[in-house]
Design a protein. Structure first.
Lengths: 495, 81
């Protein structure tokens, strides 16, 4: 008599042999509670991935929820995404690589609550990936709170008297909703209660993955699964709860299946033309530029410069900030520009903070130790003068602020009637360029070395071109206003 | 002398990978599995195979939430001379 042995069913090859990513001593088991449905569904997916031979081109997206660590287990690519953003990540993954297989694994909190809009939009677009939606009618990981899918009357930690349709509404029927959409190819609800149901779920999992491989579009498999711990039941009671109470409200079955009729979707070939990308991002070459190792030599640039510009909305406060930031950027500084507006846009104060630093910039907020304060109206002066640093420089528009503000010893004060000059020039909107001219005159006279002083008149037009690119008329007008402001301020400084 | 190829099955359970949820015990159509009384290294009682009667249907394997706790072995006894 000859005896032979063959392994008929064992640990699927879609899993790692040992779960080395899992911390702790247990390396062969998953982290789920005893009797949890996740393990069963994981097994069905792992088996299918191995059987189809697609482990090397599959990405499984782990959600937030109990299955957050799904990437510990599957021997394919894994991404763990923020709560509910599975569909967004899946869209990127499938679009970037049309040959890939993408699986969104989501729970009822992740899919039906926080991520529902992401999910339903991806389904409606018919993104070519499949979603396994684990519906256990409760929030498992966080300790049994009410989920969008909790049943009417179901007691949870956040619905201690039972879910009431008047207070919390009805449980969300996700499969039914998705089946109403045009794009999805396959929608089925299965459960994991008995061997018969598990084998049905196995077929559904395989069909959804197959649709993904054959590029037929979006598939959803909703899986009614148990959470014995939070439902406070043993596995037998839990299966009974699913088979009676849950399937009563969430009937099992195929809600939509066009897998056979649908053709493989042909996607347009994306164009990656480096020249076209460059053109889109950087339409014109702006100015002569400087070499990467160019450094401005003036002493004021040896440390971080914190600038705040404030005035009322419409004075060009924000664009003046952008121009300053562009100047810094074009001379190899790191810069940040943080605008602040809102209700103040109409008549109140608008401001922006600019930080210029050779090194790394931390917070982009300037609310103290300000090195340069450019103030264009009176309310801003009152509001922001306290933020001026010990040796800070204050410049204000004397056409709107008649009385010179009191500054502390060590602080420097400059002013010019910029708005009046701009009005006389013919365009009040150029007041910010006049201020910029005045600022350059102050910098040249007091703060810049010879090379930087000569450089600034070249730099300002370049920065203006960057900020208003394509609008040569506006650029030229602003350059003129800039020169005017510079001239007036120089005259004032030499007086 | 019978000239037959006889097939039988066996269910191997790795005790340290079992969490004792008893899904396999409930699922087995032949009731050849039972919950044991010993504890494994995680400290839970684990399911055990009674030793005979397995028909290799795979119900326990697919009901088990653990990846590799259960393995189904097909045994071939070739009784031909």
């Amino acid at each position: 008599m000859i005896m032979g042995e063959r392994v008929k069913l064992t640990r699927p090859e879609g899993f790692f042999e040992t779960f080395d990513r899992r911390p702790g001593a247990v390396k062969k088991n998953m982290h789920y509670c005893p009797g949890c449905g996740h393990g069963i569904l994981h097994k069905l997916i792992a088996e299918a991935l191995a059987d189809f031979g697609i482990l090397d081109r599959t990405t499984l997206i782990s959600p937030v929820g109990c299955s957050v660590f799904a990437y510990y287990y599957f021997d394919c690519f894994g991404v763990q995404v923020p709560h509910g953003r599975s569909a967004a990540a899946a869209t990127g993954l499938v679009r970037a690589n049309r040959g890939s297989v993408v699986i969104g694994y989501q729970g009822d909190g992740d899919l039906a609550a926080i991520g529902f809009n992401n999910f339903i939009q991806a389904a409606n677009r018919g993104e070519n990936y499949c979603v396994f939606f684990v519906n256990n009618a409760i929030y498992g990981m966080t300790g049994g709170q009410m989920a969008p899918t909790s049943l009417i009357g179901q007691k949870t930690t956040t619905s201690p008297y039972g879910r009431s349709e008047i207070n919390e509404g009805y449980p969300l029927k996700v499969s039914e909703m998705v089946a109403q959409l045009q794009a999805p190819v396959y929608v089925e609800r299965v459960s994991l209660t008995s061997t018969r149901n598990i084998m049905k779920a196995r077929q559904a999992v395989r069909k959804a993955i197959k649709n993904n491989i054959e590029k037929k579009g979006f598939s959803l498999v909703e899986v009614l699964s148990g959470c014995p711990v939070n439902l406070k039941m043993n596995t037998k009671q839990m299966d009974e709860f699913i088979d009676t109470r849950m399937t009563d409200y969430f009937p099992l079955g195929v809600y939509k299946d066009e897998s056979a009729e649908r053709q493989t979707i042909t996607y347009p070939t994306p164009v990656f033309d480096a020249e076209k990308v460059r053109e889109a991002l950087y339409p014109d070459k702006i100015g002569e530029g400087v070499a990467d190792d160019y450094r401005c030599g003036s002493a004021i640039f040896d440390r971080e410069l914190r600038i705040k510009i404030a005035g009322f909305g419409g004075q060009g406060v924000l664009s003046l900030g952008l121009i300053l930031a562009a100047m810094g950027k074009q001379r190899n500084f790191n810069v940040s520009w943080l605008p602040s507006y809102g209700p103040e846009m109409r008549g109140g104060t608008a401001n922006c903070a600019i930080i210029v630093n050779r090194g790394t910039i931390g917070s982009p907020i300037v609310d103290s130790n300000c090195d340069l304060l450019l103030i264009l109206n009176k309310p801003s002066l009152e509001k922001y003068l306290p933020e001026l640093g010990e040796n800070g420089v204050l410049f204000y528009d004397s056409s709107t602020i008649e009385e010179a503000p009191a500054v502390k010893p060590g602080q420097m004060l400059f002013d010019l009637n910029a708005s009046d000059i701009a009005e006389a020039f013919g365009n009040l909107k150029c007041a910010n360029a006049v201020v910029l001219g005045a600022l350059s005159a102050i910098l040249k006279a007091r703060f810049l070395d010879e090379r930087d002083a000569a450089d600034i008149d070249q730099l300002v037009p370049d920065a203006l071109r960057e900020c208003f690119h394509g609008k040569e008329k506006i650029v030229n007008m602003n350059i003129e206003a800039y020169r005017l402001g510079q001239q007036k301020m120089s005259e004032k400084l030499t007086d | 002398m019978s000239e037959k190829v006889k097939k039988s099955h066996r269910c191997d359970i790795i005790s340290d990978e079992c969490k004792g949820c008893a899904r396999c015990v409930n699922a087995c159509p032949k009731q050849v599995l039972e919950m044991g009384t010993k504890l494994n290294f995680m400290g839970v009682p684990f399911a055990v195979y009674k030793g005979e009667g397995c028909i290799g249907c795979g119900a326990c394997f697919y009901n088990c939430p653990e990846p590799g706790a259960i393995t189904i072995i097909e045994i071939t006894a070739d009784e031909r001379p």
